[in-house]
Design a protein around this ligand. Structure first.
Ligand SMILES: Nc1ncnc2c1ncn2[C@@H]1O[C@H](COP(=O)(O)OP(=O)(O)O)[C@@H](O)[C@H]1O
Ligand SMILES: O=C(CO)[C@@H](O)[C@H](O)COP(=O)(O)O
Length: 464
C-alpha cells in the first residue's frame, strides 16, 4: 500500500492524516495545538507539526506529504532564511488603515479587483506588508523574502532552510494560496511586482508558483491554502457550495473562470486543481459558539441543547457576531452586539439560539454574495469544527433556505492535502477519485424572519 500524508496547519491547531494513496482510506492521524493570538512565531507551527507527525505515527513510511495552511499570514525572512518577526495572521486587523490607503492609491476597489481578484482588507498579505513598511521600517529593510505559512512549512520540510545554507530561491507556493496575497493575478497567473512595491517599497524574493500536482524535493506536494485544500478533500463538484465553520467562517465554490468582485465581498481566489475558488470569509465563526458557551458557563453540547430548546428567531433576540471586528462586511473596528433583549428573552436558551442564528446569518449573507456573482448553489456542504454542533447542523438549512449536506466528520483540509500528495505521486492528470464520502442530509422549513431581524440589526454596532 502506498501511503500519503496531508497536513492542516490551521489557526488553532495542526492536524495530520495518513491515508492510502489509492483508496483514500484513513490509516493514522495526529494533532497538536497552536498558540493563541493573531501574531505567531512560525517556529510554533513547526513544533506543532513535529508533534502532530509523532502523534500520527511518523511519516517515514509515506511516499509524499502535502501541507495546507491558514491563508494570508505574512512570513518575512531575512537573507539568511531567519524569520524576521512573528507572522501576522489572516485575522490580525492592525493593517486595516494600510488596506484603505492601498485601495485609494491604486484608484479604487475595482482597480484592485481587476488586478488581483481581491480588494485589500486587513486579512490580505499585501496590507500587512504596507503596515510593516510604515510601522517597522527596520524589519521591512531586513526582509529579503516573503512567503505564506504553508510555503514556509513546505520549505522547511524540503530542507530549503538547511543550517548549511538556507536558499530563499527554493521557496515554493501554489496558485490557491498565492492568490490571497494581493500581489498575484489569478487571471494572468503572474506576480504583480508593482503592487508589492507599492506596499513594501521594494520587491523581495517570492516563492515560485508550482502546478497543483508538482513535487518539491521529490517528496513534498506543493500544498495549498486551507479552503482550497478543503474543496479538494470533500471532492467538491459543480453546484456545491462549501461552508466551513472554523475559526473563520467561509463559503466557497469551485469555478472555471476567475472572479473580480469590485465590492470586495467575494475574494477571487484560485483553487488547488487548476481552476478558481470564489470565496467569502468572515472573522467570526466557531469562536462565537466558544465565547457564548464560556459566557453562559456551559459546554458546547449544552449550548446546542439550549439553542434548540427555543423557537426560531429567539423571540426577537439578535446577536451580531462581530466579536473580532469583521472582514465581510469590512468592519475591522466593529464589536459584536445583542439586540432585542426583553425580560422574556433574557435567558441562556435565547442567547444560545441568537448566537447560532447570528453566526449562520453572516454565512447566509456570504452564500448570497456568491449566488449574486452567478455561483450555482445546488448543495451546501457543511464542514469545520463548528459543524460538530448539533444546533448549527439543525438550524443551518432553515437559515440558508436550502438542504445542507453534512459529510462524515473528518479533517477535510488535511484530507485535501493528502489527496494532493496522492495526485502528485500518481503522475496522473487529475486527482485520484477516492470513495464517495458518507454524508447526512439536514433539511428544514426556511425561517426568513431570522434573516430579516438580523438584517435590521447588523448595522447597529459600535466601534471598539
Ligand atoms: N461539538 C462542538 N460544537 C461546536 N463547536 C465545536 C465542537 N467541537 C469543536 N468545535 C469547534 O471547532 C473549532 C475549531 O474548528 P477548526 O475547523 O478545527 O478550526 P481551525 O481550522 O480554524 O483551527 C473550535 O473553535 C471549537 O469551538
Ligand atoms: O483568511 C481566510 C480565507 O481567506 C481564512 O479562512 C484562513 O485561511 C484561516 O482559516 P481557518 O484556520 O479558520 O480554517
Amino acid at each position: 500500500m502506498t501511503l500519503v500524508a496531508g497536513v492542516d496547519s490551521s489557526t488553532q491547531s495542526c492536524k495530520v492524516v495518513v491515508r492510502d494513496a489509492e483508496t483514500g482510506a484513513l490509516v493514522r492521524e495526529g494533532r497538536a495545538a497552536h498558540p493563541a493570538g493573531t501574531e505567531v512565531d512560525p517556529a510554533a507551527w513547526w513544533d506543532a507539526l513535529q508533534e502532530a507527525f509523532r502523534a500520527a505515527g511518523g511519516i517515514d513510511d509515506v511516499a509524499a506529504v502535502s501541507v495546507a495552511a491558514q491563508q494570508h499570514g505574512m512570513v518575512c525572512l531575512d537573507s539568511a532564511g531567519e524569520v524576521v518577526r512573528p507572522a501576522l495572521l489572516w485575522n490580525d486587523t492592525r493593517s486595516a488603515g494600510a488596506a484603505a490607503d492601498l485601495v485609494e492609491e491604486l484608484g479604487g476597489r475595482a482597480e484592485w479587483a481587476s488586478a488581483v481578484g481581491n480588494v485589500p482588507v486587513a486579512s490580505l498579505t499585501v496590507t500587512k506588508l504596507r503596515w510593516l513598511a510604515r510601522n517597522e521600517p527596520a524589519n521591512a529593510a531586513r526582509t529579503a523574502a516573503v512567503c505564506l505559512p504553508h510555503d514556509w512549512l513546505t520549505w522547511r520540510l524540503a530542507g530549503g532552510s538547511a543550517p548549511a545554507g538556507a536558499s530563499l530561491e527554493t521557496l515554493t507556493t501554489d496558485r490557491s494560496d498565492v492568490s490571497g496575497t494581493g500581489y498575484w493575478s489569478p487571471s494572468t497567473e503572474d506576480y504583480r511586482a508593482d503592487l508589492l512595491e507599492l506596499a513594501l517599497g521594494k520587491v523581495p524574493v517570492l516563492p515560485s508558483v508550482l502546478g497543483p500536482a508538482e513535487l518539491v524535493a521529490g517528496r513534498f506536494g506543493v500544498g495549498a491554502g486551507d479552503n482550497a485544500s478543503a474543496a479538494l478533500g470533500v471532492q467538491a463538484r459543480p453546484g456545491d457550495v462549501v461552508v466551513s465553520v472554523g475559526t473563520s467562517g467561509t463559503a466557497f465554490a469551485r469555478a472555471v473562470a476567475p472572479v473580480a468582485d469590485g465590492s470586495g465581498t467575494v475574494n477571487g481566489f484560485a483553487d488547488a486543481e487548476g481552476g478558481f475558488l470564489p470565496l467569502v470569509c468572515t472573522l467570526n465563526a466557531s469562536r462565537v459558539l466558544d465565547a457564548t458557551a464560556a459566557l453562559l458557563g456551559v459546554s458546547l453540547d449544552e449550548l446546542s441543547r439550549l439553542a434548540l430548546s427555543v423557537p426560531a428567531g429567539a423571540g426577537g433576540l439578535v446577536l451580531v457576531p462581530y466579536l473580532e471586528g469583521e472582514r465581510t462586511p469590512n468592519k475591522p473596528d466593529s464589536t459584536g452586539a445583542v439586540h432585542g433583549l426583553r425580560l422574556d428573552t433574557a435567558t441562556p436558551a435565547h442567547l444560545a439560539r441568537a448566537a447560532v442564528e447570528g453566526l449562520l446569518c453572516s454565512l447566509a449573507d456570504a452564500i448570497d454574495a456568491l449566488r449574486a456573482l452567478g455561483t450555482p448553489v445546488e448543495r451546501v456542504l457543511l464542514i469545520g469544527g463548528g459543524a460538530q454542533s448539533a444546533a448549527v447542523r439543525a438550524i443551518a438549512p432553515a437559515v440558508f433556505g436550502c438542504p445542507v449536506v453534512l459529510p462524515a466528520t473528518s479533517e477535510y483540509v488535511a484530507d485535501g492535502a493528502a489527496r494532493q500528495a496522492a495526485w502528485a505521486v500518481s503522475g496522473a492528470d487529475s486527482p485520484p477519485v477516492w470513495s464517495e464520502l458518507t454524508s447526512e442530509l439536514f433539511e428544514a422549513d426556511p425561517t426568513p424572519v431570522v434573516r430579516e431581524q438580523y438584517a435590521a440589526a447588523r448595522e447597529l454596532t459600535v466601534h471598539r
